[in-house]
Design a protein around this ligand. Structure first.
Ligand SMILES: CC(C)(COP(=O)(O)OP(=O)(O)OC[C@H]1O[C@@H](n2cnc3c(N)ncnc32)[C@H](O)[C@@H]1OP(=O)(O)O)[C@@H](O)C(=O)NCCC(=O)NCCS
Length: 282
């Protein structure tokens, strides 16, 4: 049975699954192909313009979910070259499997089953979850989360404190996509299957979700997700944090507004200069 079929087979069995060892082996093989980038949770697809040109590989997400179902809690030993130093009065708590706590290793950790292209830089502490795809030359600065199945392109800069959300369920949902040469500013959040097209710039502090309308000042349109289609940030858009007033009488009385990202311009030489990355750091 080929891997896709075997994962579909185990996944469909739900809680009545008996062949746990077989299912674990399928997850193991899936990790192998995710590691080398041969299979991906989502892939560029010309037939899916409405999804920003991307399609989801449902069976891959099912395989990862299967892993959570059939995986067993196990003790993970630290690397022999990793040592930590702290005040002797404050030792680490000794936890064992019997505590039934999942203590995931690392100040920075890359889960097996995540693809990392060549020359990727990961500054600690950062975390790259299973199913993620981080293409070559991309920089993940400190405190970056690359959530499960997120697809990050080539030469993307993900600044400190940025969270790229994971999208495992539902399995048919597109994960977050960040295409080549995008700049993700500090303390940003890109969640719920948002697609950020090539060369876009997400300014510091912007949060993008399925519920976030984005106002495009240049093209004078409002970008929104629907139940079928994710929020798609166009190629080269420069998105900054903005606000808009709320209009109900109560909101008006209290001068309330909500945060809303605004596309103030499309990328130009000034933006390139403002987002230029120090090559010496690479
Ligand atoms: C988006 C960014 C790159 C600026 O892009 P830019 O092309 O240089 O933008 P400009 O300076 O031409 O500004 C265009 C307009 O947007 C506004 N603007 C730009 N950045 C803004 C921001 N972050 N918040 C609010 N408004 C902003 C400007 O005031 C200007 O408005 P105006 O025309 O009414 O004066 C910059 O704001 C940014 O976020 N940099 C990333 C910082 C960061 O996270 N660094 C992490 C590594 S330490």
């Amino acid at each position: 049975m080929i891997l896709k079929e075997s994962i579909e087979h185990f996944y469909a069995q739900g809680s009545s699954l008996r062949d746990k060892a077989g299912a674990q082996q399928a997850v193991h093989e899936l990790r192998f192909f995710l590691n080398n980038g041969e299979v991906r949770a989502a892939f560029p697809s010309k037939g899916h313009d409405e999804l920003g040109g991307w399609a989801v590989n449902e069976w891959v997400k099912k395989g990862i979910l299967l892993g959570f179902r059939v995986g067993e809690l196990t003790e993970i030993h630290g690397h022999e070259l990793m040592h930590f130093f702290d005040k002797n009065v404050f030792p680490l708590r000794k936890l064992t499997v019997s505590h039934d706590v999942r203590l995931v290793p690392g100040g920075s950790a890359v889960r097996d089953g995540a693809y990392l292209g060549r020359s990727v830089i990961i500054m600690p502490p950062s975390y790259v979850n299973i199913g993620a795809y981080v293409d070559e030359g991309t920089m993940l600065d400190s405190l970056v989360l690359v959530g499960s199945c997120a697809q990050i392109g080539k030469h993307v800069h993900v600044s400190t404190g940025a969270r790229i959300g994971g999208v495992l369920e539902p399995v048919q949902a597109l994960p977050v996509i960040v295409e080549d040469d995008v700049f993700i500013g500090g303390n940003t959040g890109v969640f719920e299957g948002t697609v950020v097209k090539r060369r876009a710039v997400i300014a510091a502090g912007v949060t993008l979700t399925r519920s976030t309308p984005v106002y495009d000042l240049v093209r004078q349109t409002i970008l929104k997700a629907t139940t079928q289609v994710p929020l798609i940030i166009p190629e080269g858009a420069v998105v900054v944090p903005g606000t808009r007033p709320l209009t109900s009488p109560y909101a008006h009385q209290h001068q309330l507004g909500v945060a809303t990202p605004v596309i103030v311009k499309y990328r130009d030489a000034q933006t390139d200069a403002a987002t230029a990355i120090e090559e010496a750091l690479r």
